[in-house]
Design a protein around this ligand. Sequence first.
Ligand SMILES: [Zn+2]
Ligand SMILES: [Zn+2]
Length: 199
Amino acid sequence: MKTRRGFVSNSSTTSFTCEVCGTTEAFHDSISHVEMGFYRCPNGHSLCEGELLNDSSVTTKDALIMAIRDTMARNSWSKQSIQSEINEYGPLEDWDEENLKDTVRDYCEADCTAFQCPICQYEVFSEGDLHKYLQKLTQITDDEVLDEVRAVNKRRRRIYHNDYIDYALHKLGMDRLALAQQIKTSYPTYIELSKHLKD
Ligand SMILES: [Zn+2]
Ligand SMILES: [Zn+2]
């Protein structure tokens, strides 16, 4: 089963957190997150509507194909199903827009394309990804950071991504800009970064 990042459910309400700005909204299950202005990209990022990218240089069809390819690179179950349709109907480029949209809806579990997602396009980094990346790089534990945070504020019981990132960067003598450059140099696309983080 795919896990949906950004969702925490109980019987009646769902909360959704934007991975770019951190905005969290809780709303009743009967209302869809899209109606509340939240979107999911094919790579599982949760975003506010206002964060979606818009670039007229890429056609809707290209964006849909990109979304499908992203999904195929990440989800082997979807990959198999989509591949069998490609075997039957020919390359994605030859499909019409309606068929591409159906495929995105059926297999991609997304409300927008990866092309519209600023995290997938490397315009911004998700705090969760930076936390994981720095964990792999530095081996600093969350407990070490929590101790540091509690030395200043005893009431804190957990750390936020931000706490970890700031602490690790301080240890490395790096700023966020340099970190972003390092990641983009080592992993030229978001898919490569996300594979690294999952290893
Ligand atoms: Zn947001
Ligand atoms: Zn994304």
